[in-house]
Design a protein around this ligand. Sequence first.
Ligand SMILES: C[S@@+](CC[C@H](N)C(=O)[O-])C[C@H]1O[C@@H](n2cnc3c(N)ncnc32)[C@H](O)[C@@H]1O
Length: 335
Amino acid sequence: MPLRKPAKASQFIEHYFLCQILYTLQARGVIEKLRTCHTSEMVARNTRLDPKLVKLLLDFVSQKSSIIERKANGGYYIKDQDNYSRVFWHNLEKYVGAYGPCLEALKDGSASMKKVHAAVDRSILAMSYARCEFPSNPMLADILFQNRIHNLLDIGCGTASLLVTLGVRDKNFLGWGLDLNKEMCRLARNRIHQAGLAKRIRIIHGDGRHASQFVPDPMVKRIAALSASSILNSFLGGKRNNRAISFLSSLKQRFPNRLLFVADYYGKLGSSSSRADHCPETMVHDLVQAISGQGIPPPSLRGWLQIYRGADCKLLHAVEGRNNGIDWFIHVVEL
Ligand SMILES: C[S@@+](CC[C@H](N)C(=O)[O-])C[C@H]1O[C@@H](n2cnc3c(N)ncnc32)[C@H](O)[C@@H]1O
């Protein structure tokens, strides 16, 4: 549903309300209930919401979208559960629940940009990642497996979906995950425990920019390669991407000559690329990068090469593709 010119204000408002209501229904546990048919009274009873209001919200969503259907008997349910799958709810939780507060903070004229950036709700962000069983770029697991990487340090491991995927696939796999978000670490440990991999995968809570503090010498020796999936983009922006360059330099210092597998994406917002129009998902993500202080990734391989060269690292190989409107890549970089 592109809102192209000339769109009425009511169309924008309708989209805004639809999105906010859906997220609210998700956060209050209503969506989970509607995996099977429930009346508004049943939903209200289970979620401690006002029954009349629940009915109005569900009617609004069912009349304005195809997500929720109202049956003749007055029950509601999520109609097309294949399309409105975990990824759909992960995105809603991530963009509305976790990054939405940055937009809210922007409304406060006295809030500094630092405060706006800090408004990200990190525990909602962690919950949104816990919904996804698979790594954000499943091809990264394939490439690591094909390259026979048995000992891996995953920086910014999130909820450990990459490490668990590899641990299940490869009986000889040993993994370490480092993440700055405490809640991500907790959810990662749960996932590892549930997969029965606690003896082979360890999660460390810490800042990847200071890996030397968290990765002792004996561990360094055992690590054959590193991965950084959707984390390098959080160090972009600023003067000549200096934060990303110093992050890579610190990794190079601690893990010289190791392979680093970088999974990330090419940015679009603000670039003159004609392909930008075809990537609405990228534009939203770029915007979120900007309002949360992470910076917008370079739009091409050339820009990323400058970052690698700035840290005296060498790009050995690049795999690229497009998925869900995002131009993604996996770069194999020698530290
Ligand atoms: C977009 S998520 C990606 C998670 C996972 N790698 C994936 O691909 O699904 C980025 C992760 O990097 C973590 N992160 C951000 N800055 C970090 C830092 N300085 N050190 C360690 N982890 C960091 C975040 O907490 C978050 O879990």
